[in-house]
Write a protein that binds this ligand. Structure first.
Ligand SMILES: C[S@@+](CC[C@H](N)C(=O)[O-])C[C@H]1O[C@@H](n2cnc3c(N)ncnc32)[C@H](O)[C@@H]1O
Length: 216
C-alpha cells in the first residue's frame, strides 16, 4: 500500500468529525450535532462529494457519510473541516452495520452515489434485499433514496430488486444528465461520476422509497 494512503488511514482515526463502527453512536446523534435536524446519509461516500455539497446548500439538515475506506474518508472529513461545516460527520463502517449505529426513524434521506457493482456477488450490492432490510430499520416512512450508477448490470439488478421488495420507484432515468425534470441535487457530480462521464458512460438514476408496511 502506498505510504500516503497508509498515513491517511492512520490519521483518519484522530479527525474530530470521523468515527468508526463500534463506537457508541446509537441514540447520540442529537448530542453529536447539537440539534435534532433531519439526517441525510451518503452510503459508500468515498471522498464525500454529496455530503459536502448538500451540507453547504442545506445548513438546517445534517449529513453523514459512510464508507469502508479510511483514506477516502480522510479526504472528505478534512474538506468538511476546511469548509467549517458543523452539519457533516463521517463513519468508517460497513453499510450492513447501519442498524448498530442508528435507531428506528433516525434517517430522513439516503444518497447512494456510484456503489460498487460487485459483478460476481449480487448479494453485496447496496440494493440487494439484505441491505433494504437494514435501511428499513433506520429510515423514516417516506425517506427518499437517490441511487446513481454508471453500471448497466447494477442498474437493472436494482430495478428488479426494488420492485420485488415492494419499493415505490418515483423517478428512473438511463441518462440523468440529459433529463430536464430532475432536481438540481442530482446534478452534483462525484469523483467516480466525473471519471465515468469522461469515458462516455451514461449515468443512470433511480429515486425510490421503501415499502411502508412493517417499517422497523
Ligand atoms: C465506486 S466508489 C464510489 C465513491 C463515491 N460515492 C463516488 O461516487 O465518487 C464505491 C465506494 O463504496 C464503498 N463501499 C463499498 N461497499 C461498501 C459497504 N458495504 N459499506 C460502506 N461502503 C462501501 C467503497 O469503499 C467505495 O469508496
Amino acid at each position: 500500500m502506498a505510504k500516503k494512503k497508509r498515513l491517511r488511514i492512520a490519521a483518519v482515526k484522530t479527525i474530530p468529525n470521523v468515527t468508526h463502527a463500534g463506537a457508541q453512536l446509537k441514540g447520540r446523534w442529537p448530542s453529536i450535532f447539537h440539534n435534532e435536524h433531519p439526517i441525510t446519509l451518503e452510503l459508500g461516500c468515498g471522498k464525500g462529494d454529496y455530503t459536502l455539497a448538500l451540507a453547504q446548500k442545506h445548513p438546517q439538515r445534517n449529513f453523514i457519510g459512510v464508507d469502508l475506506k479510511g483514506a477516502r474518508l480522510w479526504v472528505a472529513a478534512n474538506k468538511a473541516l476546511d469548509l467549517e461545516l458543523k452539519n457533516v460527520f463521517y463513519i468508517r463502517a460497513n453499510a450492513l452495520d447501519l442498524a448498530e449505529i442508528f435507531e428506528a426513524n433516525d434517517i430522513a434521506e439516503v444518497w447512494i452515489p456510484f456503489p460498487d457493482p460487485y459483478p460476481k456477488k449480487p448479494r453485496k450490492r447496496m440494493t440487494a434485499p439484505r441491505y433494504l432490510d437494514i435501511y428499513k430499520k433506520i429510515c423514516r416512512p417516506g425517506a427518499m433514496f437517490h441511487l446513481k450508477t454508471d453500471d448497466d448490470v447494477f442498474y437493472l439488478f436494482s430495478i428488479e430488486s426494488l420492485q420485488q421488495y415492494g419499493c415505490t420507484i418515483h423517478q428512473n432515468s438511463t441518462d440523468v444528465h440529459s433529463c430536464p425534470e430532475v432536481d438540481d441535487n442530482v446534478r452534483i457530480t462525484t469523483f467516480y461520476e466525473s471519471k465515468h462521464i469522461a469515458t462516455g458512460l451514461l449515468i443512470k438514476y433511480i429515486e425510490f422509497t421503501l415499502p411502508e408496511e412493517n417499517m422497523v
